[in-house]
Design a protein around this ligand. Sequence first.
Ligand SMILES: Nc1ncnc2c1ncn2[C@@H]1O[C@H](COP(=O)(O)OP(=O)(O)OP(=O)(O)O)[C@@H](O)[C@H]1O
Ligand SMILES: Cc1ncsc1CCO
Ligand SMILES: [Mg+2]
Length: 270
Amino acid sequence: MRSDDPADVTDRSAELLEVLRERSPLVQNITNAVATNFTANVLLAIGASPAMVDIPTEAEEFARIASGVLINLGTPHEEARAAMPATAQAARASDTPWVLDPVAVGALPVRTTLARELVALRPTIVRGNASEILSLAGFGEGGRGVESTDSPEGALDAALSLAREHGAVVAVSGPTDVITDGRQVMRVSNGHPLLTKVTGAGCALGAVMAAFASLESDALVAAIAATSVYTIAAELAAEKSSGPGSFAAAFVDELARIDADTVRARMAVA
Ligand SMILES: Nc1ncnc2c1ncn2[C@@H]1O[C@H](COP(=O)(O)OP(=O)(O)OP(=O)(O)O)[C@@H](O)[C@H]1O
Ligand SMILES: Cc1ncsc1CCO
Ligand SMILES: [Mg+2]
C-alpha cells in the first residue's frame, strides 16, 4: 500500500473499518465534560469500546492496556490535567498510539502551556481545527473559543511544521480536512456542515482516530481512514435529518451501519 495513493488509501480505509469491527479496540479517553457522552456513543456505534479513565494513577496504568488513547484539552480540570502527562508517557512507553486534541489553545493560558508540554511527549496524531493547529505551532493567536476562525488550507504550513518538529501526524478539520505526516499532504473532502452544529463532533473524531491508529501503524493512513468513515457517515445522516438534533441521532445510527463498500464508493481523498 502507498499512503500517498488515493486508491490504495481508500481500499485500506474500507478494510480498516472491518478490522475495527472484528477487534473492537479499547479506546481510553481523557476528554472534556461537554463531549464525553457523545464520544462514548460514537465509539460504541462504530464498533470500538470506550473507557473514560481520566484520574491520576488510574489513567496512566490504563494507557498500558488500552488499544489507543485520546487526550483532549476541552475542559481541563485539575485532576485531568494532572493525569495527562503521565498518561501520554505511559502510552508512548507501551507503544499505545495516542491522539492529542488541543481544544481552544491560543489565548487561554492553562491549556496552552499544557498543550505545549503534551505535544513534546510525541503524540501519534495531533487533531484540531485550523485555529488550534495554527496556535499550537506558534503561527496564530487561536480562534474564538473552541470554534475555528481559520481554514484548514491556511493552517497547512503550521501542520507541516508541527508534524516535522514532533514526528506526529497532524489532522486539521474543516470543510476539507487536511492531514499530513510532515512529508505527504492528503485531503478528505467528505463531510457535512451539520457536523459543526453538534458539539464535540471534532472531539469524538479524535477518539475515532485513536481507534484506527491502534489497527494501522501508518498513522497518516489511520487518520485519513478515521476522518473518511466519520465524514461519510455524516453525509448519510444529513440526508435523513431535519436539523442538528435529528442529525446527531442519525449520525450515530449511520456510524453503526456504514460498511466497507460504502466507504469505497463515497470516499473523497486526494
Ligand atoms: N463546513 C464543513 N463541511 C463539512 N464537514 C465539516 C465542515 N466543518 C467541519 N466538518 C467536519 O466536522 C468534523 C469536526 O470538525 P470541526 O472542524 O468542526 O472540529 P472542531 O472545531 O474541533 O469541533 P469541536 O471542538 O466542536 O469538537 C470533521 O470531521 C470535519 O471534517
Ligand atoms: C463547547 C466546548 N467548550 C469546551 S470543550 C467544548 C466542546 C467542543 O470543543
Ligand atoms: Mg475541537
